[in-house]
Design a protein around this ligand. Structure first.
Ligand SMILES: Cc1ncc(COP(=O)(O)O)c(C=O)c1O
Length: 363
């Protein structure tokens, strides 16, 4: 069986693919309203939130841009907590729209230190907002969001979270952890194709929204809210992905959220243990390794690019490489959404076969 194990897009179950084959419906009619309300209610359960929640047609980055432009004004001071490529992207969006970004960068492979965030907020009281990535897909590291949230909230700041590759797969109780804006994307743990960003907005998020002056049109939360009240989206939505999501959310709810989290935890441990048995080293800081993506250092002569090519061409196993400065230095195994213990066993056994061909010498 083909193993598509990049950290998104992820494979979709057959029932989900079939749902997308449905004929189109009027997106301004009662049939779509039913789908939209159903999906919104179920997503709220999975976000563990009573806050407003919107489905925006676009990729995760669109959701991040929406989070920025709906809560900030040009000139606002914003603390960007970054541990990798996607943390940097979040900061770049805020900067592009005129925020004064105060960077707090941690070494790639490490998690953010909540004490350093506390210090940064104390030393710069003008900071209004904190941007943080829950699960940094580029390095395979999960931040301690509960601890970060308590530091951010103790300082009375707005907490804006990129949870694109964690929500629905790793526990993130949005209301309990007081996340003001939380963003995820359909192609990650949700078992549906790319095309939707899902975003929750707290009361504090709305208060920020009232004052926010960054330009916005397509991504305007106020428009999304007023249309949702009549069972619509402001713009033509990705209708087929909504059909897919209805089916996928039922599958997730049937399995039970706690079981879904436990499955991701168990499979990620199997991936980490498995690469260690092969003589490889996990790249992520111990204790913060992600349950949705395992990053592995290219050690002992391993040519990671060659390995990925042989895996893809000869074993039908598709893994991801490193991004930016990690290009050629690490590889990543995605295990989120529709993934079983056997899938990871297959991936590990293919890696084992290919390692010697890709220059790896076990020590
Ligand atoms: C943590 C994180 N943030 C942002 C993104 C960007 O999402 P998209 O590629 O859907 O725009 C991704 C996608 O890989 C991600 O994993």
């Amino acid at each position: 069986m083909k193993q598509l194990r990049v950290p998104g897009p992820t494979p979709c179950p057959q029932e989900v693919l079939q749902a997308m084959g449905r004929q189109m419906i009027n997106h301004r009619g009662p049939e779509f309203a039913k789908v939209l309300n159903n999906v919104t209610d179920k997503l709220k359960q999975l976000f563990q939130t009573k806050n407003d929640l919107f489905l925006l047609t676009g990729s995760g980055t669109g959701g991040l841009e929406a989070a920025v432009v709906n809560t900030m004004s040009p000139g606002d001071r914003v603390l960007s907590v970054s541990i990798g490529v996607f943390g940097e992207r979040f900061a770049a969006i805020a900067k592009e729209f005129g925020a004064e970004v105060v960077p707090l960068n941690f070494e790639w492979g490490q998690a953010a230190d909540p004490d350093a965030i506390r210090k940064a907020l104390k030393s710069d009281p003008k900071i209004k907002t904190v941007l943080v990535t829950h699960n940094e897909t580029s390095t395979g590291v999960t931040n301690d969001l509960a601890a970060i949230s308590s530091v951010v909230k103790e300082a009375g700041k707005l907490l804006v979270v990129d949870a694109i590759s964690s929500l629905g797969s790793i526990d993130l109780p949005v209301d309990k952890w007081q996340c003001d804006i939380t963003v995820t994307g359909s192609q990650k743990g949700w078992m549906v194709p790319p095309g939707l960003a899902m975003v929750s907005v707290s009361q504090e998020g709305w208060q920020a929204n009232q004052k926010a002056r960054m330009p916005r049109f397509y991504w305007d939360f106020a428009k999304a809210k007023s249309y949702l009240e009549k069972g619509e989206t402001p713009w033509t939505p990705a209708v087929s992905i909504f059909f897919a999501l209805e089916v996928a959310l039922d599958m997730i709810l049937k399995e039970g959220l706690a079981n879904v989290f436990a499955r991701h935890a168990r499979i990620s441990k199997a991936a980490r243990d498995g690469v260690k048995v092969l003589g490889l080293s996990p790249f992520a800081e111990a204790g913060h390794a992600s349950n949705t993506v395992t990053s592995v250092a290219g050690s002992n002569g391993l040519d990671t690019k060659k390995m990925l090519k042989i895996l893809r061409e000869e074993h039908d196993v598709v893994l991801a490489g490193g991004q930016r400065t990690l290009d050629g230095k690490i590889f990543r195994i995605g295990h989120l959404g529709w993934v079983t213990d056997d899938d990871i066993k297959e991936v590990l056994s293919a890696i084992e076969k290919v390692l010697p061909q890709a220059g790896f010498r076990s020590s």
